[in-house]
Design a protein around this ligand. Structure first.
Ligand code: FAD
Length: 434
């Protein structure tokens, strides 16, 4: 039952991806009456590499989701990086703050699991419910609910209005909810574009340990390296349970401008080169290509204002270093829920708005400096000459690459640790959060 009279819930969360389901789980666990609205019906497909770094694994563990292979996850040991004619294996760093392994799981399964987890915690999930816009109070200008449509065709569709004192936009990169109140994306923040497919291997791969590593390809060749042509972008192969691999390509730009690259064609061409290394052909594709944009570096702000909080992709929280968004979606849901719980407590009645402003403050404090470093990183690597120098001369240097691995995957001890951890933590602290 909502604590506020005349309301349908204490909090409405729009979108049941990782950010929305995490927010709803934490809120429900804290006893906050939470309505979770999702336009799809689970299980639903999602464009993603399905890769979970130790940072994301840790967030799943915070949430209380079992992260075992019995639960359907595939474990990995780290990154196998290909570039400049070199191959380097970089195990996930041994750190006190993070588990030493990564995972993969198809998003169809993971997101369904996370939504069920929110329901088990007590959140009310309405699927097949598309939020069409915010309800705005004429008196205060605040978002006080949402309008929604259920049913997919005219025979069964119906409209609804749901009211709550706080609304969380967890509706992903296009976040109609945030754009409807004029919270547009900042065109000067980096943005990625990526496409992925899935392939079922008909026989185990020939190279030893091939299924134990998340493969990252810094160069894409349209044929054997010796006489092939270098194509734009980077690629990945993430092994999943059941002899399936998620294969994808993407690129990142420092501002929201189109590169004019046909990513689906790029994926098809690269897969012809990759196939023999993994033992697959185009006939083994089991999931059609899906693509989407990756919004980075808090590209949509403010993260709180006028009764609406933005979490995950809605707030543009993908890492510019490696395109990882799930860990940050889960983290922002955790921080948002804790802030909302504090703001709705009877003790905070007179200073609710001030308490809610802790949400952007805390996220900026924890990620702002790191994202600012990432903006510089993207500016550098989008110049092919710089990227070529890095792969040719950086990859053969294992110590340098271990440092780069920690930086790129955001896996370092925020306090203490070795010299690499201290260097990255200092740089992230010095970089201004914006
Ligand atoms: C090709 C590709 C590969 C990627 N690979 C990785 C990877 O390997 N690892 C990683 O960490 N990140 C990866 N990412 C990024 C990652 O997918 C996102 O950062 C992540 O999904 C963000 O989670 P979210 O909950 O914020 O948004 P989403 O996962 O997009 O969830 C939003 C939810 O809101 C629902 N919704 C949308 N509009 C409405 C509406 N109007 N009403 C109701 N519901 C609505 C949607 O149906 C969806 O369920 C990749 C992205 C792409 C495009």
């Amino acid at each position: 039952m909502p604590i506020f009279a005349g309301m349908d819930a204490d909090v409405i969360v729009v979108g049941a991806g990782p950010a929305g389901s995490a927010t709803a789980t934490y809120l429900a666990q804290a006893g906050v009456d939470t309505l979770l609205l999702e336009k799809a019906t689970f299980p639903r497909a999602k464009a993603c590499g399905d890769g979970l770094t130790p940072r994301a694994v840790k967030e799943l563990q915070f949430l209380g989701v079992p992260t075992t292979e019995q639960a359907g996850f595939q474990r990995n040991r780290g990154l196998r990086v290909f570039g400049g004619g070199h191959v380097l294996e970089l195990p996930w760093p041994e750190l006190d703050s993070f588990p030493p392994f990564g995972l993969t799981m198809p998003r169809e399964t993971l997101d369904h699991k996370l939504a069920q987890h929110a329901v088990a915690a007590g959140a009310r999930l309405h699927q097949d419910t598309t939020v069409t816009g915010p309800v705005i109070s004429e008196r205060t200008g605040r978002v006080v609910g949402v309008n929604a449509r259920t049913g997919s065709d005219s025979s069964n569709s119906a409209t609804h209005t749901y009211r709550a004192p706080l609304v969380v936009a967890a509706d992903g990169v296009s976040t109609r909810l945030a754009t409807a109140i004029g919270r547009d994306k900042n065109p000067h923040r980096p943005v990625g574009v990526a496409v992925r497919t899935r392939v079922k291997l008909t026989k185990p791969p020939s190279r030893p340990g091939q299924m134990d590593w998340m493969e990252s390809h810094l160069e894409l060749w349209d044929g054997p390296r010796e006489h092939g042509k270098l194509m734009p972008g980077y690629g990945w192969v993430f092994p999943e349970a059941g002899q399936v691999v998620n294969v994808g390509v993407g690129s990142v730009t420092s501002t929201a401008r189109a590169k004019g690259v046909n990513y689906r064609e790029l994926l098809t061409t690269w897969m012809d080169t990759l196939g023999p290394l993994w033992g697959f052909t185009a006939q083994d594709v089991v999931d059609p290509p899906r693509s989407a944009a990756l919004p980075m570096c808090f590209s949509r702000q403010p993260l709180y204002g006028k009764g609406l909080l933005l979490v995950g992709d809605a707030g543009g929280m993908v890492s510019p270093f490696d395109g990882e968004g799930i860990a940050y979606a889960l983290q922002s849901g955790r921080v948002a829920a804790a802030t909302i719980t504090a703001a709705l407590s009877p003790g905070a009645a007179g200073r609710r708005e001030e308490t809610l402003l802790d949400y952007p403050r805390q996220l900026k404090e924890s990620l702002g400096g790191y994202f600012s470093l990432g903006r510089v990183f993207v500016k550098l690597i989008e110049q092919p000459a710089v990227m070529r120098l890095c792969t040719r001369y950086g990859l053969p240097r294992p110590t340098l690459m271990r440092l780069v691995m920690k930086l790129l995957s955001d896996l370092y001890e925020p306090r203490g640790g070795d010299w690499m951890d201290r260097l990255i933590a200092t740089l992230a602290r010095m970089a201004p959060a914006a």
